[in-house]
Every structure is written in structure tokens, then in C-alpha cells.
Design a protein around this ligand. Sequence first.
Ligand code: HEC
Length: 162
Amino acid sequence: MKKPLYILAAIIVVAQFIRPSKIAEPVDPAADLIAVAKPGEEIAGMLRTSCYDCHSGQPRYPWYFNITPVNWWMNHHIEEGREHFDATTWGKVENWSRDHQAKESMEMMEEKEMPLESYLWQHKDAKLSDAQYKQLYDWFQTLRDGSWDVEKARRKAAGGGK
Ligand code: HEC
């Protein structure tokens, strides 16, 4: 091996000692999206397989989570994912927040932007068919109550941002 390769190998080995912890938090099962909204088994299965690893408080971590820097990258996805749509706190947030999350999810299903492409490389079972995207789109629509539009108008009138 050439010298730079030794150095690179050493960095990779040392990096393995720098691991972030897993993101898992105490979960209130009663507040979970599936528990609250009670979709049929089919939709619940799709949500668990295709969305929950990044949008819930209890992601299933694969073995390669133990590899730095894969773990940092994964945690980043989970943190960012949950900022936008969090199935775990569904029953605890304001109505307008649920409405907003359902609206955004409809957009994601329409544009087939979720699950993230990089996730599908390793999770073939999470890939959704056109029919499944439509099913999820229709289901998220049933969760909407329009309260986000009211909240948005209120914020605008109050002179706030979005
Ligand atoms: C591999 C992780 C991962 C999976 C699986 C995943 N998401 Fe996401 N999701 C993210 C990340 C990261 C973001 C924030 C960054 C972005 O928008 O790309 C996000 C953003 C979102 C947003 C917010 C979009 C916006 O414009 O604000 C919604 C809604 C969403 N995801 C819904 C879903 C649904 C529904 C599923 C399942 C069908 C799903 N996601 C599966 C990681 C994931």
C-alpha cells in the first residue's frame, strides 16, 4: 500500500470509535399515528415499512449503523425527517400541525419523493408501487381537516412569516 492509503485506513479505523448514539426515545404508543388514525392493516404496513424508519421515534437500525460515518448520515436523515413529519407524536400535536403533515405527505406521495432514493438501495421492500402511492395519497387526504389553512391565515394576519 502507498503511504496515503495507510493514512486513510488509519482514519477509517479510528473513526469507528466515534459513533453517535441511536435515536430512540420513550414512545407513547397511544399517540402514534397508526394508533390514532387507525388505518387498515395494508396502509399501516406500508407506513411501518416505508416511512417509520425515518419518521418515528423507533427506527429499526440495520447492522451497518455501526459503521462511521454511515451512522451520522442516518441519524441526520432521521432527525430531519422527524422535523417535518413525526408519526410518534401524532396524537399530541395541534390539529393544524397534523393537517400540515398530512398535506405535505400528500405532496410527497404525489411526487413520489419519499421514501428517499438512497434508502431504497438497501430496503427494497420499502419501494412503493404507483397504486400504493395513490393509496397512501388518498389516505393522507382523509386525515386533513383544513385547520392548517386557518392557522396559516392567522399567522399571516399576525404579520409572521409563513
Ligand atoms: C430514509 C429516510 C426516510 C424515509 C424512509 C422516508 N422519509 Fe420522509 N423525509 C426524510 C428526510 C431526511 C426529510 C427532510 C428532507 C427532505 O425533504 O428531503 C423528509 C421529509 C418528509 C416530509 C416533509 C416534506 C416537506 O416538503 O417538508 C414528508 C411529508 C415526508 N418526508 C413523508 C414521508 C412519508 C409519507 C414516507 C413514507 C412513504 C417517508 N417520508 C419516508 C427521510 C425519509
